[in-house]
Write a protein that binds this ligand. Structure first.
Ligand code: SF4
Ligand code: SF4
Length: 167
């Protein structure tokens, strides 16, 4: 599975991920309220939930229950949902097509050149995306449309998937 190699110490220092002020945005797709069933790469190995917790400056937020507070590691690391494994690459739906874009708000985005993220995006396209069933397109397009922000930088357009991976 494709996992972007964001250094753990950087995440521990930054602390932006896995804590959310609004469950309808920026949360793992597997916990979005009302979301339709997702294809397997976007599902965690066990159900996820958001639980009350504390964010930066002790502001109340919702925290993913797979986040280990002692190490800032994901309990499902390696098999966590694709939208988490790819970050700071984000699957968006823009101008009628899927696109992997880079979120410049993640400090790791500035640490590596464009070619680094293009290589990882290409790996995801070849190893996971192309194998997704065509039936997954409507639910992914809906979620990816909500995910887009104008300041996200395009990295790699993706064709519509039409592979045999079961949903
Ligand atoms: S925003 Fe980037 S550096 Fe910060 S916790 Fe998330 S992945 Fe780690
Ligand atoms: S599944 Fe893991 S990586 Fe994704 S939000 Fe939860 S703790 Fe973070």
């Amino acid at each position: 599975m494709v996992v972007l190699p964001v250094p753990g110490d950087l995440c521990q220092e930054c602390g932006l991920c896995c804590r959310f002020s609004d469950p309808s945005v920026l949360t793992p797709w597997a916990v979005r309220p009302g979301a339709a069933p997702l294809p397997s790469p976007f599902r965690p190995p066990n159900p996820l939930a958001l639980i009350p917790g504390a964010g930066r400056m002790d502001l109340p937020v919702l925290v993913c229950d797979a986040l280990r507070s002692d190490s800032y590691r994901c309990a499902f690391w390696g098999s966590h949902p694709a939208d988490c494994r790819l970050y700071p690459l984000v699957l968006v739906y823009r101008d009628g097509g899927f696109l992997l874009a880079l979120d410049p708000d993640c400090p790791f985005a500035a640490r590596e050149p464009h070619s680094f993220f293009l290589d990882w995006a290409t790996r995801f396209r070849e190893e996971e995306w192309k194998r997704l069933p065509r039936a997954a397109v409507p639910v992914l397009a809906e979620l990816a449309r909500l995910e887009d922000h104008p300041h996200y930088r395009p990295v790699l357009p993706l064709p519509e998937p039409e592979g045999p991976m079961p949903s």
